[in-house]
Design a protein around this ligand. Structure first.
Ligand code: ATP
Ligand code: MG
Length: 571
């Protein structure tokens, strides 16, 4: 490819729409352009990178007996009604109607379509296991599309679905995908850590996310240095510490006026106590019924945990009206004493003595509140958001935190979809049995963005060889100099004939401009051809990552490049 013909408009300035480095660099290097919020057009270089990542994924999916298919992106509402997700998916789903008024959506994921696809064909255990995957655009009307490819509304995903006869063989599919994911990310030059995660709207119970640790990551990962434990913070388990008989004498219950102090911060300042001495009483409506959740004042409630614990379909914070009905007070003054709704408390509440709570009375709080003496809890549970510094749930270590980018996730779905949609097969004993499913996603664009987040410097992107848009760029200092132009073209031909992906910067530009573009786009190897070195029979090789330069006799250039490519460049 000749640079003069390549459609790769580079930018010197950073477009104001971009906040994080990968987004900035993908725009500046001319890899993509935005067409609407969360929707991007890939330009030739960007698409080459995307295709390379897809190819790595394809090879690794094929290696675990995955078979590639391509399912429709437009999906009929009926299938989603069968699974119950037409309603559950909510506003994140792009919905549309055809001319007859039938409802469809733009596929945010494909569990329903793939289950419908196999239920009519898979009849016998002999047809299992079956692993089908596709690489395709997905559509999610994200609340906050941002960070370029990180959180788009249209994005490319590889999604695989496995169908097995029982839990044991599902295990095999799951771990095969898990290890394939490790290989995929490592081949893309990424260190992606599998962490325990929450299954969210997809369902199922065992799931791992693959996290690339980076400052720009939207997730918080908690991990233990002393053991292997690592989990998404929204999933990380809290530890129930046994309660020991305390020394602190229980004081007398007292209700005090606390005008205008309704938040934990205000109340602790007003009463001169620590937030950890207050109990936060949060009122929720779970499937239409009010419940109270108690967490320590310096802790956050984890709604995912609460919802799972209550096993409810809908969970919402109670509105002012409901709060008034339940507590007889305005919002901000709820407390557990005297409430007649179920009270669920986080384990940390068990250890509190002489605590501060809302008095269920406008502008009042109650102090010196004690569990059992003053109120009873319906049930204790792990409800708080786990934080860095909390104890490890597996060993005696302490959890540390780091930001992470979720590039992939693997799920054991079990029979959630096959039960709901009647996808069964006849087992060895001729018994009709639901298919046992797993699903496995990788965000292709997000993976590319994550690679850039981890591989750049002040001059631009530093592509790992495996996914670089081209391996080598040849930069003649002046194309007007016939000797340079001829030498450049000869080298270009020779590298091409060896199968090297090479670009010749044949533009009539100043060398500085060409070098800047080469660094910005991030080709792993640059060959510079200058008048002076050429008269000495030499050319110069520069490695993008280390900036290491080497002048070599012309005849050594091709073999050196071939060696660098064989070794994976880096250096
Ligand atoms: P997130 O929690 O980041 O919203 P998710 O858990 O909903 O993602 P999955 O349904 O697990 O996403 O999708 C599989 C993969 O697709 C994710 O691991 C991620 O790499 C990618 N992905 C998900 N949503 C987006 C998005 N809006 N833009 C780009 N990639 C995405
Ligand atoms: Mg996910």
């Amino acid at each position: 490819m000749f640079m003069s013909q390549l459609y790769s408009p580079t930018l010197r300035e950073t477009p104001s729409e971009a906040e994080i480095i990968s987004h900035k660099l993908m725009l500046r290097a001319g890899l993509m352009r935005r067409s609407a919020a969360g929707m991007y057009a890939f330009l030739p270089l960007g698409l080459r990178v995307i295709r390379k990542v897809e190819q790595i994924i394809r090879e690794e999916m094929n290696a675990i007996a995955g078979q590639e298919v391509l399912m429709p992106m437009i999906q009929p509402a009926e299938l989603w009604e069968e699974s119950g997700r037409w309603k559950d998916y909510g506003d994140e789903m792009f919905r549309l109607k055809d001319r007859q008024g039938r409802q469809f959506c733009l596929g945010p994921t494909h569990e329903e379509i793939v289950t419908a696809l196999v239920r009519s064909e898979v009849r016998s255990y002999r047809q299992l296991p079956l692993r089908l995957y596709q690489i395709q655009n997905k559509y999610r009307d994200e609340m906050r599309p941002r960070f370029g490819l990180m959180r788009g509304r249209e994005f490319i995903m590889k999604d695989m679905y496995s169908f097995d006869r029982d839990q044991e063989t599902l295990d095999e599919s799951y771990w095969a995908a898990y290890h394939a994911y490790k290989r995929i990310f490592s081949r893309c030059g990424l260190d992606a850590h599998p962490v325990e995660a929450d299954s969210g709207a997809i369902g199922g119970d065992v799931t791992h996310e693959f996290m690339v640790l980076a400052e720009s990551g939207e997730d918080l990962v908690l991990f233990c240095e002393a053991c292997e434990y690592a989990a998404n913070a929204e999933r990380a388990e809290g530890v129930r510490v046994p309660v020991e008989a305390g020394e602190t004498p229980l004081k007398t219950l007292e209700t005090v006026a606390t005008p205008d102090a309704s938040t934990i911060e205000q109340i602790s300042r007003f009463l001169g106590v620590e937030p950890k001495d207050c109990i936060k009483t949060l009122l929720y409506v779970a499937d239409g019924k009010p419940v109270a959740a108690l967490v320590r004042g310096d802790h956050e409630l984890n709604e995912i945990k609460l919802k799972k614990f209550l096993q409810c379909d809908e969970l919402e914070l109670a509105d002012d009206e409901t709060i008034f009905k339940v507590t007889n007070a305005k919002t901000g003054f709820a407390g557990p004493v005297g409430l007649s709704i179920p009270l669920y408390a986080d384990y940390a509440i068990e250890h509190m003595v002489n605590a501060v709570i809302g008095a269920n009375q406008d502008d009042h709080h109650t102090i010196n509140v004690n569990l059992n003496r003053d109120f009873q809890v319906t049930e204790f549970a792990d409800l708080k958001q786990t934080q860095p510094g909390d104890p490890c749930p597996r060993c005696s270590g302490v959890l540390e935190g780091a930001r992470g980018i979720e590039v992939g996730q693997v799920f054991k779905l079990g029979t959630k979809y096959s039960d709901a949609m009647g996808a069964t097969f006849l087992n060895e004993n001729g018994k009709e049995t639901p298919l046992v499913m797993g699903c496995y996603g990788i965000g292709v664009g997000r993976t590319v963005a994550a690679v850039i987040e981890k591989n750049y410097d002040e001059d631009g992107i530093i592509w790992p060889l495996a996914i670089a848009p081209y391996h080598v760029i040849i930069v003649p200092v002046s194309m007007k100099d016939e000797a340079q132009a001829t030498a450049a073209e000869r080298l270009y031909q020779e590298l091409q004939s060896q199968g090297v992906e090479v670009i010749l910067d044949d533009r009539d530009e100043r060398p500085g401009v060409k070098f800047k573009d080469a660094d910005l786009i991030g080709f792993p190897i640059r060959v510079t051809i200058g008048a002076k070195s050429l008269t000495n029979g030499q050319m110069e090789i520069t490695l993008r990552k280390t900036k290491e330069k080497q002048s070599l006799p012309i005849e050594d250039i091709v073999p050196t490049i071939m060696n660098l490519l064989k070794d994976g460049v880096e250096k």
